[in-house]
Design a protein around this ligand. Structure first.
Ligand code: UGA
Length: 456
């Protein structure tokens, strides 16, 4: 099939690569000429396992090309995917300006029947407006259909997810468009959900909001476990064995981040208020996520008697999760800024995200280290903020010899409590009573033996 993919971000670039790898002729389009030149040389603008190899292979085999000309891409293709960004607007809803612009431009150069597929995450009702905008901008009197085909890729695993999605959602009111989309995905062995445009749009938001709710739920459970002496990891394991609950997305930590969950949960909440409905649960999910990181920073501050000035904190992890260089809406970055604001000096290391972190943190002074052990050298405490696998196998004797004080704050529960404590560390985790929790309880002037969420 002949496919045009507009936008070469995570979704568009991975989509273009995988569609071409399936044997289709694909043109990737982006307005950023520098980015297009980099991609053509196999220099990927994002860190995504195996992406560069697939792109180069399909370019050299003549199935994949890139251009800055939308009209060239549209004219060569039968299916046009819109994969541009829908960032959060100041008001908290999705900023659709890129989608509108692409829809108008597609309308201007549409030269025959084509299927226009919206893959960008867009609020309910958007596809109908895309249809209208294309129609209003048509130069030639041609027919077309609009399809909603949301993506469910996880960063760091996006090639794998694109190749073998657990489900494919296709929303359309046109049987002709549906049959074209069925053909594109015909080799997939997992379910295809065919539905109307609005339901397809909503499936995407409902999925992300539900996963975010799972995380906020387990983070609230973590608060309760820490107070009551239960261990949240064990509780999550016990819960997850129930197939109705499932084991995934039950890792307590410092909250969810990234370019999707925060913006999508916020946009869905905005959609609900726009429909005169107060989605109370989502309000709670957002609030819990914000408090979770504050609670973590409070613990660090309380350990140092509320005075972080002059203290050096060694930080492991800056990306919003493991296996990515993406720092957008990263909770780790938020914690670093917060600790700096409280006067701490920061030494930080991340296996992939240092370059992006430097760009984003800009003025915020951070000492970027070359490896995970360098951050510990002469630091007053070690703080783990991202769940990179490589942080779970620290040489504890080495860590102890490097730190000024043997203290670890594990914001992602990547370490084994028993091992860390028996190696002589004061250890803080999320949702478990540790020797660190006991110590803070003793320090607590209230004598209540309870660490309150707001740190009082
Ligand atoms: C998420 C969804 O998982 C994808 O299905 C979706 O396609 C994508 O958003 C999107 O809308 O484009 P992603 O943003 O790559 O994917 O990240 P996740 O793996 O979902 O993690 C999100 C955040 O939740 C991370 O900060 C992670 O650390 C946190 N998390 C995840 C937890 O705190 N606990 C968990 O148990 C799982």
């Amino acid at each position: 099939m002949k496919i045009c993919v507009v936008g070469t971000g995570y979704v568009g670039l991975v989509g273009a690569a995988v569609f071409s790898d399936w044997g289709n002729d694909v043109v990737g389009v982006d307005i950023n000429a520098e980015k297009i030149e980099r991609i053509k040389k196999g220099d990927m603008p994002i860190f995504e396992p195996s992406l560069s190899e697939i792109v180069l292979k399909n370019i050299s085999e003549g199935r994949l090309s890139f251009t800055t000309s939308l009209s060239e891409g549209v004219k060569k293709s039968d299916i046009i995917f819109i994969c541009v960004g829908t960032p959060q607007s100041e008001a908290g809803d999705a900023d659709l300006s890129f989608v509108w612009k692409v829809a108008e431009d597609i309308g201007k150069c549409l030269d025959g029947y084509k299927v226009i597929v919206v893959k960008s995450t867009v609020p309910v009702g958007t596809n109908e407006i895309v249809k209208k905008k294309i129609k209003e901008n048509l130069t030639y009197n041609v027919d077309f259909d609009v399809v909603s085909n949301p993506e469910f890729l996880r960063e760091g695993y996006s090639v794998e997810d694109m190749r073998n999605p657990e489900r494919t959602v296709i929303g359309s009111d046109s049987e002709k468009a549906l049959s074209i989309m069925r053909e594109l995905y015909s080799h997939l062995e997992r379910p295809i959900v065919e539905c109307d445009l609005r339901s397809a749009e909503m499936i995407k938001y409902a999925s992300n909001a539900f996963l975010a709710s799972k995380i906020s739920f387990i983070n609230e459970m973590a608060q309760l476990c820490e107070r009551s002496g239960a261990d949240v990891s064990t509780v999550a394991k016990g819960m997850g064995l129930d197939s109705r609950i499932g084991p995934k997305f039950l890792n307590a930590g410092i909250g969810y981040g990234g370019s999707c969950f925060p913006k999508d949960v916020s946009a869905l909440y905005k959609t609900s208020t726009n429909q005169d409905y107060d989605f109370r649960l989502l309000r709670g999910v957002i609030e819990v996520n914000k408090l979770q990181r504050e609670y973590f920073v409070n613990k660090i501050s309380r350990y140092f008697d509320g005075n972080l000035s002059g203290k050096t904190i060694g930080v492991l992890g800056l990306s919003f999760k493991e296996n990515t260089d993406d720092v957008r809406e990263s909770v780790a970055m938020g914690v670093v800024k917060h600790l700096r604001g409280l006067g701490a000096k920061i030494k930080a290391f991340d296996p992939e995200a240092m370059y992006n972190a430097k760009k984003v943190l800009g003025e915020v002074s951070v000492d970027y280290c070359l490896d995970k052990y360098e951050v510990m050298h002469d630091s007053d405490a070690l703080v783990i903020l991202t769940e990179w696998k490589d942080f779970s196998n620290l040489d504890l004797d080495k860590v102890k010899s490097l730190l000024k004080e043997p203290v670890i704050f594990d914001g992602r529960n990547v370490l084994d409590r028993k091992k860390v404590e028996s190696a002589g560390f004061v250890y803080f985790a999320v949702g478990k009573r540790t020797n660190g929790t006991e110590l803070l309880d003793k320090k607590s002037s209230s004598g209540s033996g309870v660490i309150l969420r707001d740190g009082k």
